[in-house]
Design a protein around this ligand. Structure first.
Ligand code: AN7
Length: 375
């Protein structure tokens, strides 16, 4: 059965690859879609833009099975839910958590209820929740209202919350940091990522710390070890920046609907990650986000969703702006920088609506086409 074994290996997800770092016993069922093992892409144009011989890498989480980093946490949360005989999942979401929860619930053969802020979910993500057969409730409120309701619904019998307040989600998501250390041979000097509910920055920091601790206690495991810890630099959208401003934002607003969150669940843990790593939390405007999204697609061939582009906009800010909380002007020569692209650009096609509408068809005549191409 060699062919079968090869196939099984190819589809291995984060639980099979990192079981010893996860809360799993031999009898825990595994619900996986082959998530993780995403490319860490060296970006020549981004590196040039930063200068000083720095190398910038993008960890492209947009190529996960449902198109975002949430799948890493969901495979663990749903597998653990099954171990506890759960019959239903529930989550609040700005879109990606619900897409991922719905897919893994379908795979596990259990039901999934998703509570969404009405009119604020990117169309690609809403399509996914419908496709995977979730029970969908839209509330006239924002994500923070939806999460409050989910908490109030509570962990009733057979019912598991799969937002990042569930520690199994964080445990799964920390595997992205492991993969980065393995590819680079060490942790990077800086790690930039968007911050919404602040679960991911918490998870990455946990992952980097865990590999660092292992290296110190078990140095024979060179290939898995890291001898440094990165500075964690998180970016919020300017209109949805509770951690940056150190206060709850009642009516968060941003084009990056995934991070339109005013009261993050992992606020304290994010603060700890930023302080312990000597990193920073900063803001980027919607305008900067849109520019960065287009720039990355056109210069590196990586199409990310607006929330993810906040990290790229943040990189530009660190490089170019006097107002940056963290300046890359004095960055040590040859530093390694990783930016996480958290979700795929196809999730949010509405962002390109205007350009798509401007496409007026012409007669199928070569001379017409030539004229439009300016040839
Ligand atoms: C693409 O789906 O909160 O700071 O409900 O979808 O860990 O919340 C999504 C968040 C960044 C922020 N990038 O991560 C949800 C949700 C993308 C996202 C974030 C989200 P966290």
């Amino acid at each position: 059965m060699q062919a079968t074994n090869a196939k099984l290996k190819q589809g291995r997800g984060v639980i099979e690859r990192y079981r010893e770092y996860l809360p799993f016993s031999d009898s825990t069922p595994i619900i996986s879609l082959g998530e993780g093992n995403t490319p860490l892409i060296h970006c020549a144009q981004l590196s040039k833009r930063v200068g000083r011989g720095c190398d910038v890498f993008v960890k492209n989480e947009g190529v996960n099975p449902t198109g975002s980093f949430k799948d890493r946490g969901m495979t663990v949360a749903v597998s653990k839910a099954l171990e506890r005989n759960a019959s239903a999942l529930v989550c609040a979401s700005t879109g990606n958590t619900s897409a991922s929860a719905a897919a893994y619930a379908a795979r596990a053969g259990i039901s999934c209820a998703v509570i969404l802020p009405a009119g604020k979910i990117a169309s690609g993500k809403l399509v996914q929740a419908f496709a995977y057969g979730a029970k969908i409730v839209a509330v006239n409120g924002n994500f923070d209202d939806a999460l409050r309701i989910v908490r109030e619904l509570g962990e009733r019998d057979g019912f598991v919350i799969v937002n990042s307040i569930n520690p199994d989600r964080i445990a799964g998501q920390k595997t992205a940091a492991f993969e980065i250390v393995e590819v680079l041979g060490n942790a990077p000097d800086f790690h930039l990522l968007p911050v919404g509910n602040a679960g991911n920055i918490t998870a990455y920091w946990a992952g980097y710390q865990e590999y660092y601790a292992r290296q110190r206690t078990r140095p024979e495991r060179q290939s898995n070890g890291s001898t440094r810890l990165p500075a964690m630099i998180g970016f919020q959208a300017a209109g949805a920046a509770p951690i940056f401003h150190n206060r709850i934002i009642e009516n968060p607003e941003t084009v990056a609907s995934a991070i339109r969150i005013g009261n993050p669940a992992s606020w304290k843990q994010a603060r700890v990650a930023i302080e312990e790593s000597r990193g920073a939390i900063d803001i980027v405007s919607d305008g900067e986000i849109v520019v960065a999204q287009t720039w990355l697609a056109r210069h590196e061939g990586i199409f990310d969703e607006p929330a993810s582009a906040a990290a790229i906009a943040g990189l530009f800010k660190c490089r170019d702006s006097k107002d940056a909380r963290y300046s890359f002007k004095e960055i040590p020569e040859g530093s390694r920088i990783v930016c996480t692209v958290t979700g795929h650009g196809l999730k949010d096609p509405d962002a390109m609506q205007e350009q798509m509408e401007a496409l007026i068809p012409v007669a199928p005549v070569t001379s017409e086409v030539r004229r439009l191409l300016g040839l």
